[in-house]
Design a protein around this ligand. Structure first.
Ligand SMILES: [Zn+2]
Length: 167
């Protein structure tokens, strides 16, 4: 039998009562730290904070898809074999495939609004790479250039962004 000193204590803050009728409603703010591993894709995130864009390529000679993948895949989605890393040559110029002008973001988006979320076609890449346009107005077919947040990296996907490219 635990003594009274060993009893479980309430250490929280009382929830503020917001409404009492027709039902009790309380304020219950929560805050969590989400630990997320980049796992086998860590080279990609390390690369963008260093100003490099790393893609993956399947080197299985029997695989139908031998173009690059961006975002990278650790293992080939087509044949399940491990993929190899390859750095995109600079400057990295892409073409806007489509875009959305974002006015209202979901929780956790760390960009001011409005901004243009863009889907970028890249030469030699079999996938469409998502990102955001740092300035300017997005248009389908416009050329964009990859830039990197190397000075104060965020350690997130926001360490790569795009600017209009007048080639
Ligand atoms: Zn493959």
């Amino acid at each position: 039998m635990p003594s009274k000193d060993d009893s479980v204590q309430y250490i929280g803050q009382p929830a503020p009562l917001l409404h009492t009728e027709p039902a009790m409603v309380i304020g219950f703010p929560r805050s969590i730290t989400h630990r997320h591993t980049y796992g086998k894709l860590s080279p990609f995130f390390k690369g963008i904070k260093e100003g490099k864009l790393l893609a993956t390529r399947c080197v299985n000679p029997e695989c139908e898809e031998n173009r690059l993948w961006l975002p990278p895949r650790a293992d080939c989605p087509d044949c399940n074999q491990p993929m190899e890393w390859e750095e995109m040559p600079q400057p990295i110029i892409g073409t806007v495939h489509t875009y959305a002008r974002v006015e209202y973001t979901g929780a956790g988006i760390e960009l001011t609004t409005p901004y243009f979320q863009i889907d970028v076609e890249l030469p030699g890449v079999c996938t469409i790479f998502k990102g955001y346009l740092e300035h300017g107005e997005a248009e389908i077919g416009m050329k964009v250039k990859a830039c990197f947040r190397t000075d104060e990296p965020t350690n997130t996907i926001l360490d790569i962004y795009w600017i209009p490219y007048e080639g």
